[in-house]
Design a protein around this ligand. Structure first.
Ligand SMILES: Nc1nc2c(ncn2[C@@H]2O[C@H](COP(=O)(O)OP(=O)(O)OP(=O)(O)O)[C@@H](O)[C@H]2O)c(=O)[nH]1
Ligand SMILES: [Mg+2]
Length: 295
């Protein structure tokens, strides 16, 4: 009998959730950057291997001290995904001490019967320290009912994690056709590529105040036409995104277009607009219209 189910990847910002998620599904579906709060929405990615179908869900990082409605939405999406999942993989940066996270999440983890710990970043430690550090984690994490604790740093294979998850998944027919990769529409991944470029090129607080909306997506046999609006919080942020003589927006657009073309396997015409959406991170209405799920 086959097995199938949902596997939530959760943890603090920058833990390496999206890196692990992309490695598991074998495609660069989620944006990865050195900045925290890169992932803003839950992203499903399907892996069908032999008799097992894993539906991984990448999630935003937990924010210990939420400051605005946006932060509450990120925490809410992460917690509801974990609660709905068959297996929860808690991604932990193994080279740092355990970070603080919201009480509701602590309570959930303490009672989660299908929890697996996944340590990342251990490749940054001297090889002689690695096993000692894993033993320390085992003891530090003893209050949590972990079914397994696995080193999934980028220099490690993922088979041990896949096997541990398969043990916990329910017997079930496949929930999606085996060749399916995700359930989100293409336009979501186009926006995700643009978000990644904004995080890569903008500095300090600026990327966090931007959001991307795909306003037109017209397919045609030779070339798709895509128009996207980049929202900023303040009028004074607009020139920073556009840059001197439009250099910055041109660079972001060109790099994004190349990646979108690679993702779609066809040419695209990408048009970018910059608009002000005042304090969108504080507005329930604006967050809702940008597709955020609110608590
Ligand atoms: N050396 C090393 N770097 C890693 C590892 N995993 C992730 N990284 C890096 O850590 C940074 C954050 O990785 P992400 O995958 O974006 O982390 P995330 O948990 O998805 O972050 P948010 O979406 O912002 O919550 C990136 O620069 C990654 O390249 C790892 O095992 N080893
Ligand atoms: Mg991420």
């Amino acid at each position: 009998m086959s097995k199938a189910g949902f596997v939530a990847l959760v943890g603090t910002p920058n833990a390496g959730k999206s890196t692990l998620f992309n490695r598991l599904v074998g495609e660069r579906l989620a944006a990865i950057t050195p900045k925290p709060q890169t992932t803003r929405f839950r992203i499903p990615g399907i892996l069908t291997k032999g008799e097992v179908q894993y539906i991984f869900v990448d999630t935003p990082g937990w924010i210990g001290a939420p400051k605005n409605v946006w932060h509450h939405s990120l925490n809410h999406q992460s917690l509801t995904t974990a609660k709905e999942a068959d297996v929860v993989v808690w991604v932990i940066p193994g080279h740092k001490p355990l970070e603080a996270f919201p009480e509701a999440i602590q309570t959930f983890l303490e009672g989660c019967a299908t929890l697996i710990g996944a340590l990342t970043h251990l490749d940054l430690l001297p090889p002689t320290e690695r096993s000692t550090r894993i033993a320390l984690w085992r003891s530090d994490l003893s209050p949590f009912p972990l079914k397994a604790l696995i080193d999934v740093s980028t220099d490690q294979p993922l088979e041990p994690l896949l096997e541990a998850i398969a043990q916990l998944l329910p017997k079930s027919p496949f929930l999606y056709p085996p060749e399916e990769l995700t359930t989100l529409p293409t336009r979501f991944f186009v926006a995700e590529i643009l978000r990644e470029k904004l995080y890569q090129h903008l500095h300090e607080e600026l990327p966090y105040g931007t959001e991307v909306e795909i306003t037109t997506y017209r397919e045609s046999p030779e070339k798709d036409y895509i128009a996207a609006t980049i929202y900023v919080e303040k009028e004074s942020h607009k020139p920073m995104i556009i840059g001197t003589k439009g250099q910055m927006i041109k660079k972001i657009g060109m790099e994004a277009r190349k990646e979108i073309e690679q993702f779609l396997g066809k040419s695209v015409f990408l048009e970018l607009y910059v608009k002000v959406a005042p304090a969108w991170r504080h507005s329930q209405r604006r967050l809702h219209s940008l597709g955020y799920q609110l608590p």
